[in-house]
Design a protein around this ligand. Structure first.
Ligand SMILES: Nc1ncnc2c1ncn2[C@@H]1O[C@H](COP(=O)(O)OP(=O)(O)O)[C@@H](O)[C@H]1O
Ligand SMILES: [Mg+2]
Length: 149
C-alpha cells in the first residue's frame, strides 16, 4: 500500500501536478478519481493527458459515459459513471474487460462500482479545501513507481 498527499492552490497547479505524474507513468494503470462535483477530477485528467503528450481535448462527459483519447503512449479511456445507478450498469458497458485495451483508464464516480474495485488500481480522493485549493490523496494497492523524489 502506497499513500501520498498533495495540495494544489490553483487549477493551473493541478494541471501541472497531473502532467508531472503522467510523465512518470511507465505501465498500464486504472486510476479512480473521487470527489464531489467541481472537485477537479476532469481537470486532473486534462493535465494528465497533456503530460502524456496527447493533443486530444478532455471534456467533462456529463452525457457521455465513456470517452476515448489518443496519446503517444496508447489509448486512454475516460469513464464518468455519475449517471449510472449500479455496478450492473457499469458491467453492461463492458467493464472490466474494456479496460484491457487502454494504457490508462480513468474512472470518475468509482462509487458506482459498489466496491468491485480492480485488483490493481490507484485511488485518488480529491477534496475541495476552498475556492482554489484542492487536496489530492493517493492510495494504491501496489507500488506505482510514482511520486519519486
Ligand atoms: N486547485 C484546483 N484544482 C483543480 N480545479 C480547480 C482548482 N481550483 C479551482 N478549480 C476549479 O474547479 C473546477 C473543477 O472542475 P472539474 O475538473 O470539471 O471537476 P469535476 O470533474 O470533479 O466535477 C474548475 O472550474 C476549476 O477551475
Ligand atoms: Mg468531471
Amino acid at each position: 500500500m502506497q499513500t501520498r498527499k498533495k495540495i494544489t492552490y490553483s487549477e493551473a497547479e493541478t494541471l501541472k501536478y497531473a502532467a508531472q505524474l503522467a510523465a512518470q507513468i511507465k505501465s498500464k494503470k486504472i486510476i479512480l478519481l473521487s470527489g464531489s462535483l467541481g472537485a477537479g477530477k476532469t481537470t486532473f485528467i486534462r493535465g494528465f493527458l497533456s503530460g502524456l503528450g496527447s493533443k486530444d481535448k478532455v471534456k467533462s462527459p456529463t452525457y457521455t459515459i465513456a470517452r476515448e483519447y489518443n496519446s503517444p503512449k496508447g489509448k486512454i479511456l475516460h469513464l464518468d459513471l455519475y449517471r449510472l445507478n449500479s455496478y450492473e450498469d457499469v458491467v453492461s458497458l463492458g467493464w472490466p474487460e474494456m479496460t484491457k485495451n487502454y494504457f490508462i483508464t480513468f474512472v470518475e464516480w468509482p462509487e458506482r462500482l459498489d466496491g468491485n474495485l480492480p485488483e490493481k488500481c490507484v485511488e485518488i480522493k480529491i477534496e475541495t479545501i476552498n475556492k482554489n485549493s484542492r487536496s489530492f490523496c493517493w492510495q494504491s494497492n501496489f507500488s506505482t513507481g510514482l511520486h519519486k523524489k
